[in-house]
Design a protein around this ligand. Structure first.
Ligand code: WTA
Length: 654
């Protein structure tokens, strides 16, 4: 693949992009760095404020304390809903694409307002007040958006938990953030399968007195057991409420939501975003990076359990008065043509998904494209993992028929919004590169000793200066926030990603350089999976690494050492047990792809596991394992290689 390939941006008839030329991008970019206060104040004026800020940005570096739009008051729900009612009350705000193909439900801004107000009143009725945390464990149904916005309306802090997490993971999050109320559904529907959400919540809150209320959305006809005094049907509760609800005007730095994400060490961290800066950044980046215009139909196929859903299904698009598609199903239900059917049915102009989904569709074959024209598409986005150039080109050539701009957007839960991406119609594209920084963003590469690298180079991706969408802390663990992001390279925010910059200043993200793995666009900490494994009586030690996976980007490879006293069961059965163990503790998304029972792990004499060697063996790269003579037990490597060979051979036969 020729990495020098440059694809010129496409201009679409009758439209000049919001940023009209590349030179204008460069000018504005410089301005955004030289005069950030001026630049961001202008962007913030696009939102509606109850009270204007007195200071655009202030920070106390020692305390890792960043503040944007200080003194300002606003409400995220008001900005996403109420302020649109005069102009676009009858415009569709949300199109819900249901699991069942061809089934759509349209919700106008006016209807959205009424639904949100009712849910907000229900929350208040059940004692939720400003600053309280609410756990949301819902499938991709309109009530998910209603609940997020209802929390924002009354100043409660939502924490959405992705449906692929287990009861234990829900419970951990409830405890960590101190939630007293949980919103869930009786069941979810996905790809024709029923997901027992209420059952999972029941297990999560069992014996937890802290949770006083569980609100249950009726998605199917299932009647789950309802505990009197604790469990309430949301629809019945809503019927009792009015469709208006007063707004809680929030300080710009008041929390908007907490979203848990995995890091190198320990349990997932509750990344906290505040109201003003986040909303300015999510809405402005949504407008510019997708070249969103009034009247566009915008479809982001992510899940609201992740940051992409927060910023680019809910807050960004709705703050911009967009029509946003909420997709309940999967890209392959009933077959690999599903996205394209939706694109044609709804005349989607902007489509945003993850490389893992695109790779699965490439593999399914081009025939699934033949049934749709996809003529309405103008911008195609990708996010979540590095996209390999071949996949990029398929997206561009086949899906976009060579007429759409592809925006490869790099960002993180912690960044709140997109930080590196081309601007459609403006930035020349290079397949596989996220291209150039967004306004106000100063990426830099440093070597392992923290020395800044100039010009074309490869290193650790860091960011200098703050931007409005930056996470402000980790809920309840501010020291961990500082430790995780600001201590490795003092004075800089460290992203955890490796990156290369080419001779044109384009950024090429190479993947995580820490112990986080990215499986099908889902971020998982290897330490979390290891502790789930050692929680099983059979396992005394575990080491988990990522390995290249054709569809998922990375797969999960676990090395386990068994307890001497454990009565060896059949290898197959043991694997099943351990996979089940991880599903139980974290959830199905963390299920290991392969488990190897190891006699020992390669460790240095000081006891540190040599993960590099484990990664290479898991990838089947047995040659060039480097110098292993410094290991405490060099022979272990040979044994691991042999076991891996046997395991791979067995997997091929399966
Ligand atoms: C990876 C998702 C390459 C990266 C929004 C980052 C990417 C992690 C890209 C954050 C991209 C995200 N190219 N890698 N365009 N976008 N990543 O927090 O490793 O779920 O650190 O946020 O995904 O994942 P998170």
């Amino acid at each position: 693949m020729n990495e020098r390939l440059v694809i010129q941006p496409h201009r679409h008839a009758d439209r000049t992009p919001a940023i009209p030329t590349f030179a204008e991008y460069q000018r504005l970019y410089r301005l955004s760095l030289d005069a950030p206060d001026h630049f961001w104040a202008q962007r913030a004026e696009q939102l509606t404020w109850f009270h204007r800020w007195h200071t655009v940005f202030d920070s106390d570096y020692e305390e890792t304390d960043m503040g944007w739009f200080l003194g300002g008051r606003l409400n995220a729900c008001y900005n996403c809903v109420d302020r649109h009612l005069n102009q676009r009350g009858d415009q569709t705000a949300v199109i819900w694409a249901q699991d069942e193909p061809g089934q759509y439900q349209r919700i106008t801004y006016r209807q959205l307002k009424h639904h949100v107000a009712r849910v907000a009143n229900v929350l208040r009725e059940h004692g939720v007040r400003k600053g309280d945390r609410v756990i949301v464990y819902l499938p991709m149904i309109p009530e998910l958006i209603y609940t997020m916005l209802a929390c924002a309306r009354i100043g409660a802090v939502h924490s959405v938990v992705f449906g692929g997490f287990s009861s234990e993971a829900i419970r951990d999050r409830i405890l960590d953030c101190g939630a007293r109320l949980v919103v869930t559904a009786n069941e979810g529907l996905r790809g024709g399968r029923r997901l027992p959400l209420k059952e999972a919540v029941d297990r999560a809150v069992d014996g937890l007195d802290q949770v006083a209320t569980v609100l249950v959305v009726r998605r199917t006809d299932l009647e789950p057991p309802m505990r009197p005094g604790r469990d309430w049907w949301l629809d019945e509760e809503c019927h009792k409420q009015r469709s208006t609800c007063s707004i809680e005007w929030m300080g710009a730095e008041d929390p908007l939501f907490i979203l848990y994400t995995s890091g190198s060490t320990g349990k997932p961290k509750g990344v906290l975003h505040t109201t003003g800066g986040y909303l300015v950044f999510a809405s402005y980046s949504h407008q510019v990076v997708f070249d969103y215009r009034d009247g566009d139909i915008y479809f982001c196929a992510a899940d609201c359990g992740w940051i992409t859903g927060h910023s680019y299904i809910v807050y960004g698009p709705l703050a911009n008065g967009a029509t946003t598609v909420l997709f309940e199903s999967t890209p392959v239900f009933p077959d690999a043509g599903r996205y394209w059917q939706i694109v044609d049915d709804l005349q989607v102009n902007i489509f945003y998904t993850a490389p893992t989904a695109i790779r699965a569709l490439v593999r399914a074959g081009d025939e699934y494209l033949a049934r749709s024209s996809r003529e309405s598409l103008r911008t195609l986005g990708t996010v979540g993992e590095p996209i390999n150039p071949d996949t990029w080109l398929w997206y561009y050539d086949k899906v976009g028929r060579g007429r759409c701009n592809v925006v490869d957007t790099w960002w993180q839960t912690e960044t709140g919004g997109i930080l590196i991406a081309p601007l459609p119609g403006v930035t020349p594209m290079k397949p596989g590169s996220a291209t150039l920084p967004f306004f106000g963003v100063r990426p830099l590469l440093v070597d392992d000793d923290g020395r800044e690298l100039d010009g074309p180079a490869a290193g650790n991706l860091c960011l200098r200066h703050s931007w409005p969408g930056q996470a402000r802390t980790i809920h309840g663990a501010h020291h961990r926030f500082h430790e995780t992001y600001f201590s490795r390279f003092p004075g800089l925010y460290f992203t955890g990603d490796g990156c290369r910059r080419d001779e044109d200043g384009y950024y090429w993200i190479t993947g995580r350089v820490d112990d986080v793995i990215n499986v099908a666009g889902h971020r998982l900490g290897t330490a979390e999976i290891e502790s789930a494994l050692v929680a099983h009586e059979a396992v005394t030690e575990a080491a988990v690494v990522g390995f290249p996976h054709e569809i998922k980007g990375q797969g999960i490879f676990a090395y386990v050492i068994l307890d001497r006293h454990y009565e060896a069961t059949d290898a197959h059965e043991l694997q099943g047990l351990l996979k089940e163990q991880v599903r139980h503790v974290i959830g199905p998304i963390a299920t290991p792809d392969a488990i190897l029972v190891a006699p020992g792990l390669p460790k240095t004499r000081s006891g540190k596991i040599m993960r590099r060697i484990l990664r290479q063996i898991a990838a089947g790269e047995y040659r060039d394992l480097g110098d292993v003579t410094t290991l405490a037990e060099p022979d272990v490597v040979e044994t691991l290689v042999e076991s891996h060979r046997t395991l791979s051979a067995a997997a091929r036969q399966d």
